[in-house]
Write a protein that binds this ligand. Structure first.
Ligand SMILES: NC(=O)c1ccc[n+]([C@@H]2O[C@H](COP(=O)([O-])OP(=O)(O)OC[C@H]3O[C@@H](n4cnc5c(N)ncnc54)[C@H](OP(=O)(O)O)[C@@H]3O)[C@@H](O)[C@H]2O)c1
Length: 357
């Protein structure tokens, strides 16, 4: 393994350091235990020369080139799918273990899809030198579901998402902020089309206005009316949990929240469940916070969950008509556990392994 002479610690590259996920990644790397030697920040040539704050210093961004991976042990990729598809194999061929946040390799049978609280062992077997991170919607619920699955055996999921605009990157955030500035302080939202006329034709990465609205669509079109985001939730939940036949029904919805995805979950298990058992599991599961006292006004919402690491769970109920099913409301910061934090955790697993620990 290449080691910097200065520190003897592994060298990390962050590809896509200037993006929505990359920005949170730099904060996380500045906050977590400092296991890295050099951290090289990489983005498109547009950003080369920019200086970004990392571990209390200013670090200059370099352009993505083959040479940028010289001496790199672990390379995190936080870039669009097509950029990862081209460059992750190049980084791997240069000897780096790639931890990729894009959708480019998630369903490749030779690429493990890893959530450290659920299937950490999978990160060790990586024939292509690439480990994938699940998408943010799956990640926002999977830690809680993995804990319940380990006890009760998951059989079926019925899920609706309430997804934040930052799931669509910096453009998503910019679009919501701009639209909010156009509708704030008005009486819009009372007649058909009034919001649409106020925000104009440019709806950014979304098919409809997102301010003062909910949009039942995320991603691109797949067969039979499904969206790409919905297919990811189904396919990636199956892969992470090791349940290739898990029944999953899902509808993904975009809401006017900046960051933190929420989901309602109807989870069916192999055997009867009780709320007390479920609460005990969720209260003790690593990476999960049980926040569930509706009588006291306690349930998770994005305004409190944003900026935090765990998966928050509330509204835990046994299904009214099925003693083997639970109803949950789950919130997770889509840029932290939903992206950057999970990547950082996987990279730490890889670094520990490379270091022989
Ligand atoms: N947002 C989320 O909640 C979330 C969650 C999980 C996974 N992801 C995935 O993470 C990845 C990054 O998402 P994001 O939301 O952070 O996107 P973003 O805000 O649009 O940022 C994209 C990043 O990629 C860089 N980039 C774009 N084209 C490049 C090129 N040709 N060469 C080198 N760098 C290039 C950009 O650099 P410049 O600034 O120089 O253009 C920027 O750093 C995507 O694959 C996304 O699907 C996102």
């Amino acid at each position: 393994m290449a080691r910097t002479a200065r520190t003897g610690k592994p060298t990390l590259a962050v590809v896509g350091a200037t993006g929505a996920v990359g920005t949170v990644m730099l904060q996380i790397l500045s906050q977590r235990a400092d296991i890295w030697g050099e951290i090289r920040l990489i983005a498109s040539p547009r950003s080369a020369g920019r200086k970004l704050a990392l571990r209390g210093e200013e670090v200059e961004v370099v352009a993505l080139t083959e040479d940028a991976f010289d001496g790199v042990d672990v390379a995190m990729f936080d870039v669009p799918d097509e950029v990862a598809e081209r460059w992750a194999p190049i980084a791997a061929a240069k000897g780096a273990v790639v931890v990729d946040n894009s959708g480019a390799f998630r369903m490749d049978p030779d690429v493990p899809l890893v959530v450290p609280e659920v299937n950490p062992h999978a990160a060790r077997l990586r024939p292509r030198g690439i480990v994938s991170n699940p998408n943010c919607t799956t990640l926002s619920m999977i830690v809680a579901l993995g804990a319940l699955h380990a006890e009760f055996g998951l059989r079926e999921l019925v899920v609706s998402s309430y997804q934040a605009v930052s799931g669509a990157g910096r453009r998503g955030i910019d679009t919501l902020r701009q639209q909010l500035s156009l509708v704030a302080g008005t009486e819009l939202g009372t007649t058909p089309g009034d919001v649409r006329r106020a925000v104009g034709d440019n709806t950014g990465p979304f098919p409809e206005p997102v301010a003062l609205n909910v949009v039942p669509w995320a991603g691109t079109a797949r067969e039979d009316g499904w969206s790409s985001e919905e297919m990811k939730v189904r396919d990636e939940s199956r892969k992470v949990l090791g349940l290739p036949d898990l029944r999953v029904a899902v509808t993904c919805v975009r809401v006017p929240v900046v960051t933190t995805h929420s989901l309602t979950v109807h989870a069916c298990f192999e055997r009867e469940v009780t709320v007390d058992q479920a609460r005990e599991i969720l209260a003790t599961a690593p990476g999960v916070v049980l926040f569930d006292d509706p009588a006291a006004g306690e349930f998770p919402t994005p305004v409190d969950v944003v900026g935090t690491d765990p998966t928050w769970v509330g509204r835990v109920r046994r299904a009214l008509d099925d003693p083997t099913a639970l109803e949950l409301f789950v919130c997770g910061d889509n840029l932290r556990k939903g992206a950057a934090l999970n990547t950082a955790q996987v990279a730490e697993l890889v670094a520990a392994e490379l270091g022989g620990s």
